[in-house]
Write a protein that binds this ligand. Structure first.
Ligand code: SF4
Length: 386
């Protein structure tokens, strides 16, 4: 089990209109009562409510989602429900921020538990990015060339704060998800010589490598080191500048686990999420976003055996509901759990919905107006890339 329980950053705190802990009367309720009350509250709210559920949510929560998916798919769903005044996002903070930027002005986005952050998103702070950009400019790497081509196109993974997305949007860059990372890198290289990819070095490295960029044309920028801790000559040669960030859940998967599972289950197919380290992707049979993993496993022949390297709730759902005629196990025998996704409990969902029925909105996520414009530019670019 992962032990990531990140505190909210200052940036996240700034986006929170009101913070309130789960009232005590919502603790210790029997499951059946919670289910019945959530169903009743949903019924009362009708089409004024839409619930979005990320694949890594627990079963007791995701079963109430109107739409399920990865960040990309859920971001696309927002435009489909303009009549919903309330968007309850069962996911983590950065997802709710993106929803607030993409939704209409009359819609309010709610995160059932405000402590549901993301340790990876917290690894890129706006002042660190500003220092990085300034250094890249001073080193002559970032400025636009006389040809009109950008020196560096910044691309941020959707798992980042709105302030980071706004920074990237303002400098001609965009946002990507694990579903569209390859298309996004192609888009970026049509516009610039190099890509600054943040905050997940592994997604950046794995995607670029798949596109044919060798490892020696990638450097890692450590925001805690002077000038990123990179060698200037290496930086000049590099096509990819990878921010030193990672997912605490997906970096638990190892090559040793793959070797062990192949010994244990001869003929097993191993599929992993691209947030895992590069050597793990090389040792696996396939890699891709959660949507790719679901599609690949559910379309595989009946009786096939899969070891899956992603968050345990999705792995278990594949095993029990989505691909029942296949054998699906977690690549990590203990299962890797995202503890911040896990924070969204049915108790929180029930509380939020019953309060909405009474006209009270808690845990609303808002992105400040000064960040909204460029965040929207970056997200719209992402949605336009095919
Ligand atoms: S799985 Fe990793 S990247 Fe996704 S929300 Fe959890 S910590 Fe963040």
């Amino acid at each position: 089990m992962s032990s990531i329980i990140p505190l909210l950053t200052e940036v996240e705190k700034a986006g929170i209109a009101e913070r309130q802990a789960l009232p005590e009367r919502y603790l210790g309720l029997p499951d059946a009562e919670m289910d019945a009350r959530i169903t009743a509250a949903r019924g009362k709210l009708g089409n004024r409510l839409v619930i979005l559920g990320h694949h890594y949510q627990r079963d007791e929560v995701i079963k109430f989602a109107d739409y399920t998916g990865d960040s990309f798919r859920l971001a696309r769903q927002i435009a489909n429900r303009p009549e919903a005044a309330y968007i309850v996002f069962c996911g983590v903070h950065f997802m709710a921020e993106s929803a607030d930027v993409l939704c209409a002005p009359h819609q309010q986005v709610i995160l059932p538990d405000l402590a549901a952050g993301c340790s990876m998103a917290d690894m890129a702070e706006p002042d660190q990015l500003e220092s990085c950009w300034e250094a890249l400019n001073q080193m002559g790497v970032a400025p636009r060339r006389s040809s009109g081509q950008a020196g560096v196109v910044p691309v941020t993974y959707i798992n980042s704060a709105a302030s980071i997305k706004a920074f990237v949007g303002e400098r001609g860059g965009t946002v990507c998800t694990s579903s569209n990372a390859a298309a996004t890198l192609k888009w970026a290289f049509e516009r610039g010589e190099k890509v600054l990819f943040l905050p997940d070095q592994h997604l950046g490295r794995n995607t670029a490598y798949k596109l044919g960029i060798p490892l020696d044309e990638m450097v890692v920028w450590d925001p805690n080191e002077i000038v990123g801790g990179v060698d200037p000559d290496q930086l000049k040669r590099a096509k990819m500048i990878l921010w030193k960030g990672h997912c605490s859940v997906h970096t638990r998967f190892t090559v040793q686990q793959i070797e062990a599972i192949r010994r244990q289950h001869p003929g097993v197919r191993v599929i992993v999420h691209p947030e895992v380290p590069w050597d793990v992707v090389q040792a696996a049979d396939d890699s891709g976003s959660t949507e790719h993993i679901i599609k690949t496993v559910t379309n595989s022949p009946q009786g096939s055996v899969w070891a899956v390297g992603t968050e345990v709730h999705l792995v278990n759902r594949l095993a029990t509901d989505l691909a029942p005629d296949r054998t699906v196990v977690s690549l990590d025998r203990f299962g890797c759990l995202c503890s911040t996704m896990f924070r969204v409990s049915p108790n929180h969902l029930l509380w939020i919905l019953e309060e909405l029925v009474e006209g009270r909105v808690h845990n609303r996520i808002t992105v400040s107006d000064d960040q909204k414009h460029w965040t929207r530019v970056a997200l719209d670019r992402m949605l336009s890339i095919r």
